[in-house]
Design a protein. Structure first.
Lengths: 111, 115
């Protein structure tokens, strides 16, 4: 049982480049989330989805877009990367009011 | 809005020492409370949870009691091991409506256990 899988695990971008992080879950969870983790700030919610075809903004959505075309996948896009987006990104999934299941993280560096 | 306060650390303890990591929260309504643990190079995983006042969550020797009167959920373990070295996150979960579970995390407390 793979749980939550994120790809890629590491990526280096130049300012202005674009990229997409892929999250896949095999637990049939309705809810999926993208967080970023920065030193001294804990985890902050970027975007979330309450079901296939629906997405919504979290605390820090600027500079990111998401899509949930299939229930098991949640994509996070950066259209024009900035150094401030250097971070570790975590995807998570859950049932309503249940524990969050996290992926292993994707470390992104923007030069 | 909701918030969770915990010390960042690092907390350094010798093996077999007693551990307490304090967590206090601010929330409207009746949130569920969680402790997540993050081992080096990994994602967060649930350690324990409590869903209502006076509930005690426990797992792997760790315990925490949901104290509504002091708005706290302190994590304790009687005898830590080197393998407990990790970052510990306190979190609360609320449902503000619209079918959405809002989870608010503390900044995480790094624990280092030395032999």
């Amino acid at each position: 049982n793979a749980g939550v899988t994120q790809t890629p695990k590491f990526r280096v971008l130049k300012t202005g480049q674009s990229m997409t992080l892929l999250c896949a879950q095999d637990m049939n969870h309705e809810y999926m989330y993208w967080y970023r983790q920065d030193p001294g700030m804990g985890l902050r919610l970027i975007h979330y989805s309450v079901g296939e075809g629906t997405t919504a903004k979290g605390e820090v959505p600027d500079g990111y877009n998401v899509s949930r075309l299939k229930k098991q996948n949640f994509l996070l896009g950066l259209e024009s990367a900035a150094p401030s987006q250097t971070s570790v990104y975590f995807c998570a999934s859950s049932r309503l009011a249940g524990e969050l299941f996290f992926g292993e993280g994707s470390r992104l560096t923007v030069l | 809005g909701d918030s969770v306060t915990q010390m960042e650390g690092p907390v350094t303890l010798s093996e077999e020492a007693f551990l307490t990591i304090n967590c206090t929260y601010t929330a409207t309504g009746y949130p569920s409370l969680f402790w997540y643990v993050q081992y080096p190079g990994e994602g967060l995983q649930l350690l324990l949870k409590a869903t209502k006042a006076d509930d005690k969550g426990s797992n792997k020797g760790f315990e925490a009691t949901y104290r509504k009167e002091t708005t706290s959920f302190h994590l304790e373990k009687g005898s830590v091991q080197v393998s407990d070295s990790a970052v510990y996150f306190c979190a609360l979960s609320d449902q503000p409506g619209g079918g959405y579970q809002k989870v608010t995390f503390g900044i995480g407390t790094k624990l280092q256990v030395i032999p």
